[in-house]
Design a protein around this ligand. Structure first.
Ligand code: CA
Length: 719
């Protein structure tokens, strides 16, 4: 099914691609702000507890919330490691993780302890100096949940407040843990149901409340952001991002207003607009800013939707106390390309047009960099930071995009290769902003994606509900076409001037899906990459000063802290998330993108070494002879693309996380294959029964398709 790709030249229309898809201040004087925050700090906290004032204005040696401070700048003021000595950086310690899936979390550091989440929403606490494990918490997410998660069993981190740690779980719970012991204090389901929603994002804190949204816009979800009392877990407010069934009345004026921008029966499939990553509580304006995902299905035709579909693909602001609507800015009207606006929202005080403005900086999937007034949502400027072809222009006054008619594949009736694609020019991989250089450091993907409207599409009980035609969207088996796609799919670290709205420098990567970034006052930017290294660049000019191979692709963002006069840089390694899971064809574009999940901590003069990586235990490509019928292959390919692709890879080529079915012994035997697909014998591994949507004959068709694909690749010389 999905594919995705990239292209890096800056012209608008060039190369096509496919690739993978699918699927992801300084305004008020700081002192005054700090006093204000402390005064509003709410009910924390025994000695040692984390207060709102600390979160908003953290001590320089700590990292107390996902984006480090309330501005979500991911800027560390530490200078002990700097552009003069970073070459002496070495491994201080590391910790092997007990799961080999995508690792997306940013560790938090408080009171000499690092708090980390890993896949399956597990939480671990380490002594930040020695790496000794202090405690470990497993929410025991049912592995079957994986079938409802677009992009692996990932989690992006915890929130800290008072003496508690908060984590959202893949199966839709918000859990409070005792910071010292890791014991559960309270746990509650915070999504409307556990069938259609998952949580992968990090919670945030706003004055004694814990904020969390959910994912699910590729399924049947109605997006919302909700606030919970940190002490009790009681729900304080919930802001829905799309209107519900009009016959039941609307929860607010904002929903009534939004409903005027929809048509058809959108609510029957949920409507989408999920808040799966960015949440920024701004103590300066007392607003919570967040980004929303695509409307669903991607293809508007099946639900008869038209119009802007508010508040999808938007930045939205609500009152932090009440959740009441304040403003919105829609970045992608009439989205039909999965142009989620969920990427992190960073706040900064910038001099624009001679005036100091408190602004929100945003680089969403759609390829434009937006600057908005953080208090009013007023559009200030936008410019493309990556090639894009879905919009023909952006209005200089309003920021509204004019859609490219060719991009409206549902209306036009012909497939469209979009740039960027559904993976996005930039997604959840955190960007950072340095007030010293005035630059934003964006981990950018340059990839396209083919969209094709499915005909006579009906929703089903399992799998993606995006109403795309998988026969068009699947990665072709033809090696020449694949090579073209692979060549055009790349990544970059882009240093962007948000005032001038132009690129200042870039580091080019062979492949996409590189790690988030950390900026420091030592004139450094740190980033891990898909090729399996972590590197440091000068923040002002992008010169590469240091790198170290870490055996696994890195997708998470680094963070920094200091202890006893030494600065540390910590990052999770562990390649995964959508790119690997969805497309084995592209997963090793950068080379070396295997998954060896670890927490890595660096310091000047660090002398720890990693053990030799275990040998690759790749099974040989040794399929049985293909004896299926053409009709089976056609049917099998369609079913594979709709239901199997998200985990087992485009064109049946697996990545580094889930089994490559072409190499599985299961394809030798029809009854073994049926036992997995229909009888669910592997459900404990996350491979659920697809009986609700498939017959035994369907399973056999899929097996024949995979056998045929395996034989094709073997003939091409793959081993
Ligand atoms: Ca989406």
């Amino acid at each position: 099914m999905p594919c995705q790709s990239i292209d890096e030249d800056t012209s608008k229309t060039t190369t096509i691609i496919w690739g993978v898809l699918m699927r992801f201040d300084r305004c008020l004087p700081a002192l005054l702000a700090a006093l204000l925050l402390t005064a509003c700090a709410g009910p924390s906290s025994s000695p040692g507890g984390v207060t709102q004032g600390m979160i908003s204005n953290p001590p320089e040696d700590e990292w107390l919330s996902y984006g480090r401070d309330s501005n979500e700048q991911r800027f560390s003021p530490l200078t002990l490691v700097n552009d003069a000595n970073v070459g002496q950086l070495g491994l201080a310690w590391y910790a092997d993780l007990d799961t080999a899936r995508g690792q997306e979390a940013t560790p938090l550091l408080h009171d000499r302890v690092l708090y980390v989440t890993t896949a399956w929403s597990m939480v671990k606490a380490y002594d930040a100096k020695t790496g000794a494990l202090k405690w470990s918490y497993d929410p025991k997410v049912p592995r079957e949940t994986l079938q409802r998660a677009c992009c692996d069993a990932v989690n992006r981190g915890v929130a800290l407040y008072g003496d508690r740690i908060f984590v959202g779980t893949l199966d839709g719970r918000l859990v409070a843990l005792d910071k010292a012991s890791g014991h559960e204090v309270w746990s509650k389901v915070v999504v409307p149901n556990q069938q259609d929603y998952t949580i992968t994002g990090a919670p945030r804190i706003a004055n004694g409340m814990v904020l969390i949204g959910s994912a699910g816009s590729e399924y049947k979800a109605r997006g919302s952001l909700a606030a919970f009392d940190a002490s009790t877990g009681a729900e304080k407010w919930r802001f829905y991002t799309v209107p519900g069934d009009p016959s039941k009345g609307f929860e607010s004026d904002a929903m009534a207003t939004a409903a005027k921008t929809w048509s058809g029966d959108w609510w029957t499939l949920g409507g989408g607009g999920t808040v799966w990553d960015s949440i920024t509580y701004d103590p300066v304006t007392h607003l919570v800013l967040f980004g929303t995902g695509n409307p669903e299905p991607w293809n508007p035709a099946p639900s008869g939707r038209s119009g802007d579909n508010l508040y999808t693909a938007s930045v939205v602001a609500v009152d932090a106390d009440t959740g009441k609507y304040a403003w919105h800015f829609q970045e992608t009207p009439e989205d039909r390309w999965d142009m989620d606006s969920d990427a992190q929202i960073t706040l900064a005080d910038l001099k624009i047009g001679g005036e100091l403005r408190h602004v929100a900086l945003h680089a969403p999937k759609n390829g434009f960099f937006y600057v908005l007034d953080a208090k009013t949502g007023q559009f200030i400027s936008a410019s493309a930071f990556a090639p894009q072809n879905w919009a023909t222009s952006v209005d200089a006054k309003t920021g509204r995009a004019t859609l490219n008619p060719d991009a409206q594949y549902d209306k036009k009736g012909t497939p469209f290769v979009g740039l960027p694609g559904a993976v996005g020019a930039h997604s959840w991989h955190a960007m950072s902003y340095s007030p010293k250089t005035g630059l934003v450091y964006i981990p950018a993907n340059l990839a396209g994606f083919p969209y094709a409207a499915a005909k006579d599409w009906k929703s089903s009980a399992m799998g993606y509900q995006n109403a795309q035609d998988p026969s068009v969207v699947a990665m072709p088996a033809d090696p020449t076409v694949r090579a073209k796609i692979l060549g055009a799919t790349v990544g970059a670290l882009v240093a962007w001037d948000p005032v001038a709205q132009h690129e200042v420098w870039r580091v080019q990567y062979q492949g996409p899906w590189n790690g988030g970034t950390l900026a420091t006052a030592g004139n450094l930017v740190f980033q891990g990459n898909a090729a399996g290294e972590i590197a440091a660049f000068t923040a002002d000019k992008g010169g590469k000063l240091w790198s170290m191979p870490v055996q696994s692709g890195v997708i998470a963002a680094p963070m920094a802290y200091s202890l006893d006069g030494e600065q540390y840089v910590a990052v999770l390694a562990g390649w995964g998330g959508v790119w690997d899971v969805a497309t084995g064809v592209l997963h090793d574009k950068s080379g070396g993108a295997r998954n060896i999940s670890r927490l890595l901590v660096f310091k000047l003069g660090g002398t720890a070494t990693l053990p030799a990586p275990p040998p690759l235990d790749k099974l040989p490509l040794d399929p049985p002879p293909f004896r299926g019928k053409p009709a089976q292959v056609t049917q099998g390919a369609t079913l594979y693309a709709r239901y199997c692709f998200p985990c087992h890879g485009d064109a049946a080529v697996g990545g580094a996380v889930n089994p490559d079915l072409r190499r599985s012994a299961m394809i030798n035997n029809a009854s073994a294959f049926k036992a997995a697909v229909i009888d669910g014998v592997l459900s404990q591994n996350g491979m659920v029964s697809f009986q609700p949507v498939m017959t035994a004959d369907d399973a056999e068709s899929i097996r024949q398709y995979v056998v045929k694909r395996a034989n094709e690749d073997k003939r091409l010389g793959e081993k």
